[in-house]
Ligand binder design. Structure first.
Ligand code: PLP
Length: 395
């Protein structure tokens, strides 16, 4: 079919982020029988029953309307209390918190409201690639700050400093990090904060994985450090800690004068977040619940299994201090990241993601801990024999 008028008239913006390797591999995976899926950032775990029950009750009780554009007042109050309790942050529930359709919507709104054409945004690479899309769609430029396995992929303030230009407006700090599992320690966050103050930069702090953290590591919100309130935007949500990806619930917190500037765009995009979903979230924010602890224990067991199997395979990986991902070095196989993933998919029916999907991650793959233990074991068995074949062919 020849190209339609509609397609010819599409904006240049529509084409700035073409589909890539991720989409190619997802298409290849379709129809592969008995596939072990270790590629997705979507928990296999069920949403805690207390949330499901609360949502059903909310629907029966008529929670089926638009809400305040910034979200249900009770939910904003509960989020404000959570931010204070867990993160030492002080945000006014009436003016400084906006409930969003996932963190994803918050990202879109904030970059549209923050960036002018040509503004630069620094981010650790490998990165959660949606940042690339959001910054680019807002007319900004994403500047990749390389991180390395030898530093456990922790963002290094010196690498940040080297890339600051007069056009730099903001830095994205994503800790715990997707895709590397890195957790930035407080001393380094303090250095990044000092740089932000010295160079007058905005910080976007994506804390969506804050609860999924292991071996006693501590999550610190950079926004809680002295002098950071006025220049920080905190992003967080329910997708990962509460296995609620499909419910689409997140939030952003920032000083009220910036939130006011975001107001009309947020309203125009979605008016408000799903009423019943907001009411359901109150079930876990309002009381101390064990669901997160149980979830973290499940991921930790899988994580230990995968780490010991990778050790047996002789593959190095970045120490996963948080998240449900492990970023694995596959250079000993002599294959590119994409080729490794394509072959593993087709020869061994195991789906993992190439590091190149997350920026400059050539030589790495991302394994997600989002399948039950027996499947993770099966996936690791298959991967072990495939890796041996690839490595032997090398020697
Ligand atoms: N931020 C990071 C670092 C993520 O990994 C994801 C999803 O994978 C998101 C934000 C988006 O989360 P949400 O489901 O709340 O839109």
């Amino acid at each position: 079919m020849s190209e339609t008028i509609l397609s010819q008239r599409a904006s240049t913006r529509a084409g700035v982020v073409p589909p890539g390797e991720r989409e190619e591999l997802l298409a290849l995976a379709e129809g592969i029988p008995d596939l072990v899926r270790l590629g997705r950032g979507d928990p296999d775990l069920a949403t805690p029953p207390v949330i499901v029950e609360a949502a059903i009750k909310a629907l029966h009780n008529g929670f089926t309307h638009y809400t305040h554009w910034a979200g249900l007042e009770e939910l904003r109050q509960a989020i404000s209390a959570k931010l204070k309790r867990d993160n030492g942050l002080n945000y006014d529930p009436n003016t400084e918190i906006v409930v969003t359709t996932g963190v994803q919507e918050a990202m879109y709104v904030l970059f549209q409201c923050l960036l002018n054409p040509g503004d630069e945004v620094l981010i650790a690479d490998p990165l959660y690639t949606a940042y690339n899309f959001m910054v680019t769609y807002a007319g900004g430029r994403i500047i990749h700050v390389p991180t390395e396995e030898k530093d456990h992929f922790i963002l290094q303030p010196r690498a940040l400093l080297e890339r600051i230009t007069p056009k730099t407006k903001a830095v994205v700090v994503n800790t715990p990090n997707n895709p590397t599992g890195a957790v930035i320690p407080e001393e380094i966050l303090k250095e990044i904060a000092a740089l932000a103050i010295e160079k007058d930069l905005v910080i976007i702090s994506d804390e969506i994985y804050e609860k999924i953290i292991f071996d006693g590591a501590r999550h610190v919100s950079i926004a809680s450090l002295p002098g950071m309130y006025g220049r920080s935007i905190v992003l967080n949500g329910f997708s990962k800690a509460y296995s609620m990806t499909g419910w689409r619930l997140g939030y952003m917190a920032a000083p009220s004068d910036f939130i006011q500037k975001c107001r009309m765009l947020k309203y125009a995009l979605t008016i408000s977040v799903n009423h019943a979903v907001q009411a359901a979230a109150l079930a876990v924010l309002d009381e101390e619940d064990d669901s997160v602890r149980e979830t973290v224990a499940v991921y930790d067991e899988r994580r230990r299994l995968v780490m010991s199997r990778l050790d047996e395979m002789g593959l190095s990986y970045s120490y996963p201090a948080g998240t449900f991902y492990i970023f694995v070095n596959i250079t000993s196989t002599g294959l590119s990241s994409f080729e490794f993933c394509r072959r593993l998919l087709q020869d061994a029916q195991v789906q993992v993601m190439p590091g190149t999907v997350y920026g400059n991650g050539e030589g790495y793959i991302r394994i997600s801990l989002t399948a039950p233990l027996d499947q993770m074991e099966r996936g690791m068995d298959r991967m072990a024999s495939a890796v041996k074949r690839y490595q032997n062919r090398q020697s």
